[in-house]
Design a protein around this ligand. Structure first.
Ligand code: COA
Length: 312
């Protein structure tokens, strides 16, 4: 029994905040933001749009795309560090709103790596035949923890949601291998402070990210018994174009084989990989039987890499 992604969906808030908008708000420039991060604009959720509302929009699409009904879901996992409130969880709220009567529900808190943790968790339940269908949503309303006075972090983040239904797929397809990791000693480099603001040591996170993205990619490829040259498409966490490029170069992949959505959405944390997945599928860049490598890192510090043979 193999577990793979059988349906996807996403939600991007309508409101666009451009680099030019930031020039009016603080001492920064479009040129600085573009060259240092690759970001041109990001989406910001309306005040009355909660994390659970964005999760719901993405989830409905993913369930429909999978061709199943919400009642068939066995488990709902929501990866977020910006839940509506500590509890009930976003996954509990989603379970009720979707009418997923038999589904268990829990949130996963692994910052930007959360969607990778979700895929790895879903794989266990499905391949042991404990559950058949698992819904995973990566969703963040980072705008509510952004420190709008801090130019070194405010320009980086955006809001949004990406969802996937994981279920049984045919032999040879689905999640071939994964790696998850944590280095809590680096927690001090990226965290939410007591006033509820995101605090980051950009340089330290940058160094960690470049090292970890490359190393975990190589390890997951080895685990699956494939070669770097076999990778058809790379979906890195969209945090900084320079970090993404270093991962791509380490794998020796051409530019067109890497997903780049950071210019449109900024860093949407747990939502960045599933949102990118949806965009690339819509643009026809991912085909049946392609070997897809997803790799992320984030606060915790955490990381995760997942290798998928695309198709049902
Ligand atoms: C944040 C980040 C873009 C900063 O880029 P950098 O090249 O490392 O820049 P530095 O931190 O060295 O800062 C360089 C200068 O730019 C300034 N600066 C910071 N933000 C700025 C902004 N928005 N506009 C203009 N200048 C800015 C700094 O104040 C600093 O000025 P100084 O040299 O006079 O002190 C980069 O470190 C990064 O992306 N780190 C990883 C972050 C990440 O991925 N986080 C998400 C984890 S999931």
């Amino acid at each position: 029994m193999n577990a793979g992604i059988i349906g996807v969906g996403k939600y991007n808030p309508e409101k666009v905040l451009t680099n030019a908008d930031f020039e009016k708000m603080m001492d920064t420039s479009d040129e600085w933001i573009r060259t240092r991060t690759g970001i041109e604009e990001r989406r910001i959720a309306a005040d009355d749009m909660e994390t659970s509302d964005m999760a719901y929009e993405a989830a409905v699409k993913a369930v429909k795309h999978a061709g199943i009904s919400a009642e068939e879901l066995d488990l709902i996992l929501v990866a977020t560090v910006t839940p509506d409130q500590p509890f009930p969880t976003v996954s509990n709220m989603l379970q009720d709103r979707l009418g997923a009567k038999k589904a268990a529900a829990m949130d996963i808190s692994a910052a930007c790596s959360g969607f990778m943790y979700g895929l790895a968790t879903a794989k266990q339940f499905i391949e042991t035949k404990t559950y058949k269908y698992v819904l995973i949503v990566g969703v963040e309303k980072l705008s509510k923890i952004t420190n709008w006075e801090d130019r070194s972090t405010a320009v980086l983040f955006g809001d949004g949601a990406g969802a996937a239904v994981v279920g049984p797929v045919s032999e040879g397809r689905g999640i071939l291998a994964f790696e998850l990791g944590s280095d809590g000693s680096g927690g001090k480099y990226l965290y939410e402070d007591k006033s509820g603001h995101l605090v980051m040591n950009g340089r330290e996170v940058f160094k960690f990210a470049v090292r970890q993205m490359g190393e975990s990619s190589v390890r997951v490829i080895e685990k699956a018994g494939v070669r770097k040259e076999d990778i058809d498409f790379l979906i890195p966490h969209q945090a900084n174009i320079r970090i993404m490029e270093s991962a791509r170069e380490r794998l020796g992949l051409p530019v067109e084989k890497m997903s780049k959505t950071i210019h449109k959405y900024g860093n949407t944390s747990a939502a960045s990989i599933p949102i990118s997945l949806v965009d690339e599928l819509e643009e026809g860049k991912i085909k049946e039987d392609d070997l897809i490598l997803m790799v992320g890192f984030g606060g915790g510090l955490t990381w995760g890499a997942v290798l998928i043979r695309w198709g049902r």
